[in-house]
Design a protein around this ligand. Structure first.
Ligand code: CAA
Length: 698
């Protein structure tokens, strides 16, 4: 026995209690302990049943992800599951917390399952670029049928115990101490003469149209391969004997283990957890956060207020005039109505959030008691300074003063107050109650506990918070500006916006850059181009065709015309011939002969521009770690999760290859394609971005 499993005898029942904090992952020692425990129970006289239970917060959260990519160690999980299932003893799993992946597979190899009402089960391997690898694709369909099993496996969703009971995944749901209710259940089973019930002996379920299911799943996954491959594994289990199905599952699992997508998704899993774990904040306590102030009740302010209300804070929102205040209240109510419709809150909660919890006022004095205030007014330095002057006058000492600016200099805003140490940037993404990303922008004088408070707010709001330094656009928008420019250059040189969008959507982006621009509103980019025109370097190539469209009053989706034409009531748009005409006109004016771009070249240029700028952002300390950039792009910019983020993508391509591509592009346009010195240095020293992540974690 290993020390990860506590073995205890309760008359004729043996309990194997898993003790591997924090989440009882199935490390080698746990697998070995379970196998040894089964051997011992079977060898002892008078034992009739084995119950497996977890200690701490979960039954089992799955295979130990930290072992992935390393040489596999015996006993292998599929063998352990088969061994448990084949036991002549009655085997029962008593589940609490989560039973995920290998955890559910262990439970499925038991003959009966009892769960706490609060327990959740699931096969989330697709989120790691894998499929269940220890019989999940074979046993679950036999137990509950192909369609519900495929839904669970291809979405990887967590299923709450009451639903799992309805679906037939668990046999009983009962509240109490997992060991005690589990033992009582085993006793009941033994007394009633219940027989062993190995799922592998159950008949194969009815088949479905496998090719159709494969295609639908592939399409839904936007290029992610593991969910579609799971369909093939289930198919094998239905069409072939159980052992053959297990072999097919193992083969597919092993193949996926060697894919870039698996690497990318596991990087995303760990980075998502590491991103808010900042060495500089160790031991720093955040300030109290009970009441939140929001300045401005437009889409952004209302979204921030909605998110804060849903997190349990009270909110004071300030608007300039009564009419605007009324509109802001309506916007927030509308957002909360959505939460009500989706069952996230009930009517009583809705009434509370739109009533006592929310104050909408035209008086700054109403902010005197708030702990943190986020300004979300017009993006103009003078306007922001005026607002911060007023906040400085009315907010209590220690109140955190935050700006939601997307570009402006937070140092300058901070300097306009008498308390720059309390000032921070909190850059939300619209709609703020939906989008997961929050850039916590740390200015030169921001106090550490104010930074910690920014992260605490992000956590309370369910956001992925990323630390960013001050520069034009911080991490995300600064990098976006560069890769968007690369896309604009490709348009000037001959790739249509539609071909670029299609290539990048195929790469895995939720939307291509031109469809995104239409959604965000073309007036935003137009205003930025005008703002930057005076300081623009003469060698900078900036297209003007899109300004011509804006001059005609077309700003994308909201006006019905942009890169695409939109029809009311229809999703998506069709290419706008006017755009094609304007591009051709500009190409003629500039004397450009348009050339062909392959999809691969489009992706390469776009991604290399992203990585190169990201390396500069890192070098300047705007982002502290490559993983901060990866998470920014993943959660704020629709970057495909299965690539892990741009820095992980670059590591997977090999940094020498990325640098060589950039140097190649620089031959024609040395002004735009200046290799980032950090990238050059990493290549020279044979290091990766991930090495920088590891160095930062030390
Ligand atoms: N292996 C190793 N470590 C794990 C782990 C796993 N399967 N699951 C969680 N952890 C670690 C986390 O990295 C984290 O570590 P740090 O504290 O050092 O950051 C710690 O456990 C706690 O995790 P969270 O911070 O995520 O805690 P949470 O309460 O928010 O969530 C959870 C808990 C729901 C279990 C979540 O961690 C989770 O979803 N884990 C992954 C589950 C999963 O994907 N299982 C399938 C694994 S693949 C598999 O099993 C293959 C197969 O078929 C053989």
């Amino acid at each position: 026995m290993t020390d990860k499993i506590a073995y205890s005898r309760h008359d004729d029942i043996v309990v194997l209690r898993i003790q591997n904090p924090p989440v009882n992952a199935l490390s080698q020692a746990v697998r070995q302990g379970l196998a040894d425990g089964m051997d011992r129970a079977e060898a002892e006289d008078g034992v009739r049943a084995v119950m497996i239970v977890g200690e701490g917060r979960a039954f089992i959260a799955g295979a130990d992800i930290t072992e992935f990519g390393k040489p596999p160690m015996e006993p292998f999980l599929p063998d352990l599951c088969n061994r448990i299932e084949a036991s002549p003893l009655l085997v029962v799993a008593s589940m609490h917390g989560v039973s995920l992946g290998g955890g559910l597979e262990v439970a499925l190899s038991a003959h009966y399952r009892i769960a706490q009402p609060s327990a959740r089960v699931g096969l989330p391997e697709v989120h790691l670029g894998l499929i269940p690898g220890a019989g999940g694709t074979q046993r679950l369909p036999r137990l509950i049928g192909v369609e519900p099993a495929l839904d669970a496996i291809t979405t990887g969703r967590h299923i709450k115990a009451p639903q799992a009971l309805e679906m037939g995944i668990v046999d009983r749901v009962e509240e109490g101490d997992p060991q005690e209710v589990g033992l009582a259940y085993v006793r009941e089973l033994l007394d009633s003469g219940a027989e062993r019930r190995p799922i592998c002996e159950m008949p194969a379920p009815a088949p479905i149209d496998w090719d159709a299911a494969y295609e639908v799943t592939l399409k839904k996954g936007r290029g992610q391969i593991s969910p579609a491959e799971a369909v093939r594994a289930v198919q094998a289990g239905v069409e072939k004997p159980f052992e053959e199905g297990m072999k097919a599952e193992r083969r597919i699992f092993s193949e996926l283990m060697n894919t870039d997508q698996r690497q990318g998704m596991i990087h995303a899993f760990f980075s998502e957890r590491a991103v808010s774990n900042l060495p500089e904040l160790k031991g720093v306590e955040p300030r109290e956060l009970k009441a939140i102030g929001v300045i401005g009740g437009g889409t952004m302010g209302a979204g921030i207020a909605t998110a804060a209300l849903l997190s349990g804070s009270s909110v004071v929102l300030i608007e300039m005039k009564e009419e605007a205040a009324k509109a802001a209240h309506e916007r927030i109510s509308g957002n909360l109505q959505g939460a009500l419709k989706r069952g996230k809150i009930d009517q009583a909660k809705f009434d509370h959030l739109t009533g006592t919890a929310l104050t909408v006022s035209t008086e700054y004095d109403s902010l005197s008691d708030v702990d943190l205030v986020v300004e979300a007014v017009f993006e103009d330095m003078d306007v922001k300074k005026q607002v911060f002057g007023k906040l400085d006058a009315v907010c209590k000492p220690g109140c955190v003063l935050a700006s939601n600016t997307s570009y402006l200099d937070v140092n300058e805003i901070a300097a306009s107050t008498k308390r720059p140490e309390d000032v921070i940037g909190l850059h939300f993404f619209s709609p703020a109650h939906v989008m997961k990303l929050l850039e916590v922008v740390v200015a030169d004088k921001t106090a550490k506990d104010v930074v910690a408070t920014g992260f605490a707010l992000g956590k309370a709001l369910g956001k992925i918070s990323v630390r960013a330094g001050v520069c034009d656009g911080f991490i995300g928008n600064r990098i976006l500006a560069t890769y968007r420019t690369a896309a604009d250059h490709m348009v000037l040189d001959g790739a249509s916006p539609y071909k670029i969008d299609a290539a990048l959507e195929k790469f895995g982006f939720a939307m291509g850059p031109f469809a995104v621009a239409d959604l965000a509103g073309l007036d935003i980019g137009w205003a930025t181009r005008k703002r930057k025109a005076a300081t623009r370097h003469p060698e900078e190539r900036v297209p003007t065709y899109i300004d011509r469209l804006c001059e005609q009053g077309h700003f994308g989706q909201k006006t019905g015309q942009g890169y695409y034409l939109y029809e009311k009531g229809k999703r998506g748009g069709t290419p706008n011939p006017e755009i094609t005409r304007l591009i051709e006109e500009e190409q003629k004016e500039r004397g450009i002969t348009p050339r062909e771009f392959t999809e691969a070249e489009i992706v390469r240029r776009y991604m290399c521009a992203m990585v190169n700028e990201a390396a500069k952002v890192l070098e300047e300390g705007i982002a502290k770690r490559p993983l901060d950039i990866d998470m920014t792009l993943l959660f704020g910019y629709g970057f495909p999760r299965y690539w892990g983020g741009p820095m992980k993508w670059a590591d997977i391509q090999g940094l020498p290859n990325v640098l060589a591509a950039i140097e190649g592009f620089a031959e024609k346009d040395p002004w735009f394609w200046k290799p980032a010195p950090l990238l050059v240095d990493l290549v020279k020293t044979n290091r990766t971005f991930d090495d920088l992540n590891k160095e930062a974690a030390k």
